[in-house]
Design a protein around this ligand. Structure first.
Ligand code: ATP
Ligand code: MG
Length: 561
């Protein structure tokens, strides 16, 4: 959806209001600020589309800022993955920024706070400090170190930086008020000692600034005009503003924090901590496992950037939290793949068919349209012969009139080929049908212009020729969680709802035109759904992931209940 076609969302209203009140359009600047402690997920896509979408709308630059202040959890691997994902979604950032680039400036400002009597070193342990915080209805109490002299604070803080003290021995706190009604204003911690190597600054620092102290000041340093974050930071806004008050100079842009609701999605979790747990406990095979709601997992599963961006824009942003049904994402996905995915034939659960009146030594090439939605996609050729595979579920010895597929004595059309009639079948000792013998009508070839070729039969089946078909692996996926809101239960952990049968790997047969398919190529296996070539695929050993069905199989099942 083009943003000019819809009404403004509440974030755009805020900006429009600011512009009306004299804020210069040239000073608009946004940022997307991920912490590199995991891979981006579908919830981040909303934030990315919001910020970069505003950039597009107002012709304003958007920074990609890594909020890298916690070396215990952050890694270069995550930085690289995040950059790849944002680019893949189709967005270009103006500057690539790192909060760690501001460590010196943040330190200098902290020194300034101490000199002004607005910060002090507290030497109590974390539990004691937490105890003194009070409760929402009860004021906090002052630390015995709150009135340390400026010179003692300066000396201790410099020692903290120099590595003289152990992790946890001291913290630097802003001196605001232990009686503030907003608990976040009760002398928040702004620095802690952490003897950990950082993925960018190495061992240069052993004190690290806290989120609140870092975020607003980073926005200010980059001259970000509007800083959008999720609702859990609404209470932090007062502190964000207090920190800005300490440093903002006249004639500079003062950033404005505003909040929007975090997006939650049915049948999955979107929290890096929980996704990391799924990876670490081996529930999935890595961050880009096709069952993961990560952008890299969705990419590997066969989602397109267009479908994700379209989805994010369709659900828009909200002021209140709610759960978005993931089947909406599949809707935007099908809409896109229907336009771009070439049609091919692939048989997932093969059943042998022999055309008894087709000569054993004969074969021919039949013409098939690549994409009826895109005439420019042209045609390809498919080999046809006496020995074919069809889908097991497309044959029944006997069936009622509503079964428009193949049954004994009945006729169907083989897509792009001939009309065949089932004459008999062969069974194994357990009574399962293992082969069907058919006859074909040589005059019924699709597109041949004969009267027989125009004859209507109710069913059309996909098929492949046994001799030429490629044997491939196909991975079929089910939902990763059996519960619609796995992490919203008080009495149960989200891990309790992991679906033990979310992955099935089968051997399938596909038409030979797929021999040259490459990682990331999308196809519609006719009648079966959309499939994509997996990254583990090899030229002689193709692997496909089922992206999604042609219809919403879940909605159908749920409606039957
Ligand atoms: P997580 O809980 O998954 O770790 P986070 O908020 O800590 O998420 P960040 O890397 O800090 O992750 O997020 C970068 C930006 O993306 C932030 O502005 C954050 O508010 C936004 N964001 C994260 N999750 C969602 C979500 N589910 N819906 C919308 N925006 C989100
Ligand atoms: Mg975070």
């Amino acid at each position: 959806m083009n943003t000019t076609e819809r009404s403004l969302n509440f974030i755009e209203h805020i900006i429009e209001e600011d512009l009306k009140n004299g804020f210069s359009k040239e000073s608009l600047r946004f940022r997307f600020p991920p912490e590199p402690n995991g891979y981006l997920h579908i919830g981040h896509a909303s934030s990315i589309c919001l910020n970069f979408g505003l950039g597009d709308r107002y012709g304003a630059p958007v920074n990609l800022r890594f909020d890298d202040t916690n070396p215990a959890k952050e890694e270069q691997e995550y930085v690289d993955a995040i950059k790849k994902d944002v680019s893949w979604l189709g967005f270009e950032w103006d500057k690539e920024c790192y909060a760690s680039d501001y460590f010196q400036q943040l330190y200098d400002w902290a020194i300034q706070l101490i000199e002004q009597g607005k910060a002090y070193v507290d030497s109590q342990d974390a539990a004691t400090i937490a105890e003194q915080k009070g409760t929402p209805t009860q004021k906090g109490s002052n630390s015995p170190f709150r009135d340390r002299s400026v010179s003692e604070n300066l000396q201790l803080f410099r020692e903290m930086k120099a590595g003289v003290h152990e992790s946890g021995a001291h913290v630097l706190r802003a001196k605001i008020s232990m009686g503030a009604s907003n608990m976040l204003m009760r002398d928040p911690i702004i620095y802690r000692i952490l003897h950990k190597s950082h993925h960018r600054t190495g061992n240069e620092w052993c004190i690290y600034p806290m989120y609140d102290w870092t975020h607003g000041e980073s926005d200010y340093l980059e001259q970000v005009s509007h800083s959008f974050c999720t609702l859990e930071f609404a209470m932090h806004r007062e502190l964000y503003d207090w920190f800005l008050d300490q440093v903002v100079e006249p004639n500079k842009v003062r950033p404005k924090q505003r909040e929007f609701a975090r997006r939650n999605f049915s049948h999955t979790v979107v929290s890096k901590r929980k996704l990391l747990q799924l990876v670490q406990e081996g529930v999935v095979n890595g961050w880009d496992d096709p069952r993961m709601p990560t952008i890299s997992g969705l990419r590997r599963r066969g989602y397109t950037p267009e479908s994700l961006v379209n989805f994010a824009n369709t659900i828009g942003i909200a002021k209140r939290e709610n759960v978005v049904d993931v089947s909406l994402l599949d809707f935007t996905l099908r809409e896109h793949l229907n336009k771009v995915a070439p049609r091919v034939m692939g048989v997932l659960r093969p059943l042998k068919v022999e055309i008894t009146n087709y000569p054993e030594d004969q074969s021919e090439l039949l013409s098939a349209e690549n994409n009826p939605e895109d005439p420019a996609a042209g045609f390809r050729e498919m080999p046809f012969s006496r020995h074919l595979f069809i889908e097991q579920e497309d044959f029944k010895e006997e069936a009622n009139r509503k079964f428009f597929r193949l049954k004994l004595g009945g006729e169907v059309r083989l897509k792009n080929g001939y009309i065949i009639k089932a004459e008999s079948c062969t069974k194994d000792t357990e009574g399962n049908v293992i082969a069907v013998q058919c006859t074909y009508d040589p005059l019924s070839k699709s597109g041949s212009g004969t009267e027989e070729s125009l004859r209507k039969v109710k069913g059309t089946l996909h098929w492949v020729s046994q001799q030429e078909a490629l044997e491939v692996k196909v991975r079929l996926y089910d939902r990763l969680f059996t519960d619609p809101t796995p992490d919203a239960h008080k009495e149960a952990d989200f891990m309790d709802f992991v679906n033990p049968n979310s992955l099935e790997e089968i051997t399938a047969y596909v038409e030979p035109s797929l021999a040259s398919a490459k990682e990331g190529d999308h196809f519609q296996f006719q009648r079966m759904g959309y499939f994509v070539v997996d990254k583990e695929s090899q030229p002689q050993a193709l692997i496909f992931n089922k992206t999604t069905g042609l219809r919403d199989a879940w909605a159908k099942l749920e409606n039957q209940d």
